[in-house]
Design a protein around this ligand. Structure first.
Ligand code: C2E
Ligand code: CA
Ligand code: CA
Length: 404
């Protein structure tokens, strides 16, 4: 009955499955029509007729319980099977809250069917496949969804409760070792869970749209702290580097927001560097180009973050006004062990210099790596070797010449 496309063709009057059958897939009606038939006191009752584009048998997608009704074709019908294993795979990658909603809706549907008539009993000695695993899985799904909802709830109020912090990590000259600038890195000081790293909540801020407000907060806080932080750099042209999310970079008001903040805190545009990844340039090439050019017109520099992890080469990004390349930590950590990493780092430095860009190596943790990068002609470095990200207050407590 299967053809090449995995479609199933049934003649008129054929039974697709019977109430009580085991089922491990749902079906989408591509062509034709089927009737859904229930059983009341041994009497067949037509519950509904489904046509093109409609789905049936979907309860089998959540558990291995028996079919709750019988399905027969009313004419020649083409069905697309939707196997549970495939849906599972998709579900596992989906949003935990949506996953729970779907589970609840399907469970309710099965329970209603259950009240409408008893299920066919399971063979003696056989535990229903929908028993234990279903419960523990449900608990796990509940847990994931609740965790996300709680995090989203907490995150929504974190701004007004002033729970975000910026920590500043030094960026140093590879030749002199002097601090030339700082990168601002956000943390969430959660009232119960302590300091939460950005990777654990920024994805959620992006999903809920909160990322723009968080982005503005970060810019404002970095600008507010800069006049004091500046004193901890040993350069005639020190800078503060701020990470920008793609959502911020496609906001038409970004340049104006930044301009206002620079005026408010009396910051020279050249002192503010904006870090971005290539995602935004790939997803919104024209818009990004327009907004980024406006920022550069203001006098701020752009740094391409996580270089080497994306898809496009530097040539592709040449049309954007990028002044600094930040080579991703992955290549730096493996620099001494991997010829491949060395080749990538060396060719990135050479190419960047030929395009008049400066290069920052991220994640420098050891002196031999620092020395090697220096020999390769890399300009700047950032990493635990020079200093961890720290709040402004800790810099205040350090002697001015020992801020690494
Ligand atoms: P990133 O921009 O690549 O930031 C560098 C990350 O590497 C930071 O992690 C930093 O603490 C860590 N790091 C620095 N030196 C070393 C080292 O020597 N070894 C190791 N193992 N790690 C090192 P963090 O602070 O957890 O930030 C993670 C990411 O979160 C950042 O990656 C950035 O993409 C994002 N992020 C942080 N703050 C902001 C923000 O204010 N706005 C936006 N949009 N994104 C942010
Ligand atoms: Ca960064
Ligand atoms: Ca990075």
């Amino acid at each position: 009955m299967h053809n090449d496309l995995d479609l199933m063709v049934y003649p008129k009057g054929e039974t697709v499955f019977r109430r009580g059958d085991a089922g491990d897939c749902a079906y989408l009606v591509q062509k034709g029509a089927v009737e859904i038939v229930g059983d009341y006191d041994g009497q067949e009752v037509r519950l509904s007729v489904l046509g093109e584009g409609e789905l049936f048998g979907e309860v089998a997608l959540i558990d291995e319980g028996p079919r709750t009704a019988t399905v027969r074709t009313l004419e020649e019908t083409v069905l697309v099977p939707v196997p549970r294993a495939e849906v599972r795979e998709l579900l596992d990658k989906s949003d935990p809250v949506m996953r729970l909603f779907l589970l609840v809706v399907l469970e309710r549907f099965r329970d209603q069917q259950h009240y409408a008539g008893p299920r066919r009993p399971h063979p003696a000695g056989e535990t229903p496949a929908s028993g234990e695993p279903r419960t523990s899985e449900r608990t796990r799904m509940m847990g994931e969804a609740t965790q996300k909802l709680a995090l989203a709830h907490g995150l929504a109020g974190a701004l007004s409760r002033d729970e975000f912090e910026l920590h500043y990590q030094p960026i140093c000259s590879l030749t002199s070792g002097d601090v030339v600038g700082f990168e601002a890195l956000i943390r969430w000081r959660h009232p119960h869970d302590g300091l939460i790293p950005p990777q654990d909540f920024l994805w959620l801020a992006e999903q809920t749209g909160l990322i723009r407000e968080v982005g503005i907060w970060t810019l404002e806080r970095a600008c507010r702290d800069w006049p004091e932080l500046r004193a901890f750099a040993a350069s005639s042209t020190p800078f503060i580097s701020v990470n920008m999310s793609p959502a911020q970079l496609i906001s038409e008001s970004l340049a104006e927001d930044i301009l206002k903040m620079m005026e408010k805190y009396r910051i020279h545009p050249a002192e503010l560097k904006l870090e971005l990844t290539e995602t935004v340039m790939i997803e919104h090439p024209e818009l990004a180009s327009r907004i980024l050019s406006r920022l550069v017109e203001l006098g701020s520099g752009l740094a391409l973050d996580d270089y080497g992890t994306g898809y496009s080469g530097l040539q592709h990004l040449q049309t954007y006004p990028i002044g600094t390349l930040k080579i991703d930590r992955g290549f730096i950590t493996s620099l001494l062990q991997s010829t491949h990493s060395r080749e990538i780092v060396q060719s990135s430095i050479t190419l960047a210099h030929s395009l008049n860009m400066q290069v920052v190596a991220e994640g420098v943790e050891e002196d031999p790596v620092r020395k090697f990068l220096s020999k390769m002609g890399c300009d700047f470095a950032q990493g635990y070797f020079y200093g961890h990200p720290r709040p402004l207050n800790e810099y205040r407590q350090m002697p001015h010449d020992a801020n690494g």
